[in-house]
Design a protein around this ligand. Structure first.
Ligand SMILES: [Zn+2]
Length: 305
C-alpha cells in the first residue's frame, strides 16, 4: 500500500508510533535508563493513545481495544487462571504476542488491563519474532516502575479520550463524585481510573486532588503489592503537612469501616469536599480507598460547604 492510500488518521497513528519507538530506543541507549527523564516518552505515548482513541464514539463510548491490540501484533487475548499478583501479562511468541488476562476479572478492570498491556507492547522491538525487549530488565526497579506508570497513563488516555471525557464532564454540570462514577460507567472503566483521568490527568476540577491509598492491602499480600500504590505520585501528596491531620482522621475512619455518612461528616469537618471508600462501590478494587480533597476556602460556593 502506498503512502497516499493510507487514510490520514492511520498515517498519523503510524507517525505517532514511530515517535514512541524513537523515544524508547533513546532510553534503551541511555547509560542509566532508570535515572533518565521519561517525560518525552510519556508525552509520545499519551499523544499516540489520543490518536488511537480519536474514533467516532457513539453509543456506549466504548473504544474497541481488539483492533488496536491486533495492530500491535497481539494475536490472542485469552483468560487464564493462577497468575496471582498479575492481573494480566504480555507473552512474546513466534507470532507476536499473546495477552493473558486473569479469568473472572470484572469487565472494566479487564479492559484497563488490556489497554495497559498494549502500552507494554511499545517497549518491544516488534520487527523481530519473538519480539524482544528494548530496555533490558535491570536489578534497579526504577525502570519497571517508570514503565508501569507510563503504561497506565497510556491506558487512561486510550480508554477515556480527552475530548469525549471533557465534553461528558461539562455536559453533566455537577461536580460531584457521582459524576465521576457515572462517567466511569459510560466509558466502561472503574471509578478509580475515571477519577485519575479526570482529576489527575485532565485537571477538570480546580483546587481538587484525588488521593488513592493502600490502607486495604490484603493480609498476606506481597511487599511488592503493598508498594504498588505507595509509590504512586498521588500517594506522595499524603506527606504534605497541610493534609496530614485530615489524612490520618480519614484513614482511621476507613479502618473502622465507617459508613459513607460518617466519612462525609469527617470530610466536611476537616474542610474536605468528599471522602469516598471505593471498596464499598467495587469489591474488586478492595486495595484502594480514594479521597477527594480540596481546601475549603478555595471551593466554589455551589459545593455547599
Ligand atoms: Zn504492567
Amino acid at each position: 500500500m502506498t503512502i497516499d492510500r493510507l487514510s490520514p488518521d492511520l498515517l498519523s497513528v503510524n507517525q505517532a508510533r514511530a515517535v514512541v519507538a524513537t523515544e524508547v530506543r533513546a532510553l534503551a541507549r541511555s547509560p542509566d535508563p532508570a535515572g533518565a527523564s521519561w517525560q518525552r516518552l510519556r508525552d509520545a505515548l499519551v499523544s499516540l493513545a489520543t490518536m488511537e482513541g480519536s474514533v467516532p464514539l457513539d453509543a456506549g463510548r466504548r473504544i474497541e481495544l481488539q483492533t488496536i491490540a491486533q495492530s500491535r501484533g497481539i494475536h490472542t487475548i485469552e483468560e487464564t487462571r493462577g497468575q496471582l499478583g498479575h492481573e494480566a501479562s504480555l507473552v512474546p511468541d513466534r507470532l507476536g504476542f499473546r495477552l493473558r488476562v486473569r479469568e473472572g476479572s470484572f469487565p472494566p478492570r479487564k479492559r484497563a488491563s488490556i489497554a495497559h498491556e498494549i502500552g507494554h507492547s511499545h517497549f518491544f522491538d516488534t520487527s523481530r519474532l519473538p519480539p524482544t525487549r528494548l530496555i533490558a530488565r535491570s536489578p534497579d526497579p526504577g525502570v519497571s516502575v517508570k514503565e508501569e506508570e507510563l503504561c497506565w497513563a497510556y491506558a487512561r488516555a486510550l480508554l477515556m479520550p480527552a475530548d469525549h471525557v471533557e465534553r461528558a464532564w461539562e455536559s453533566r454540570g455537577i461536580t460531584a463524585w457521582a459524576t465521576i462514577e457515572a462517567i466511569g460507567e459510560d466509558f466502561e472503566v472503574s471509578t478509580e481510573l475515571a477519577a485519575r483521568r479526570l482529576i489527575q490527568d485532565l485537571d477538570v476540577q480546580p483546587n481538587c486532588v484525588a488521593f488513592f491509598f493502600a490502607t486495604q492491602v490484603e493480609p498476606g499480600a506481597s511487599e511488592r503489592e503493598a508498594k504498588r500504590y505507595a509509590g504512586s505520585r498521588v500517594r506522595d501528596l499524603f506527606t504534605r503537612p497541610e493534609f496530614k491531620a485530615s489524612v490520618s482522621m480519614i484513614e482511621a475512619a476507613l479502618e473502622d469501616k465507617a459508613p459513607q455518612g460518617e466519612l462525609d461528616l469527617a470530610a466536611r469537618r476537616s474542610g474536605l469536599w468528599s471522602v469516598i471508600d471505593v471498596r464499598q462501590r467495587h469489591v474488586m478494587e478492595r486495595y484502594l480507598a480514594s479521597v477527594l480533597l480540596s481546601a475549603a476556602e478555595d471551593l466554589p460556593p455551589t459545593l455547599g460547604l
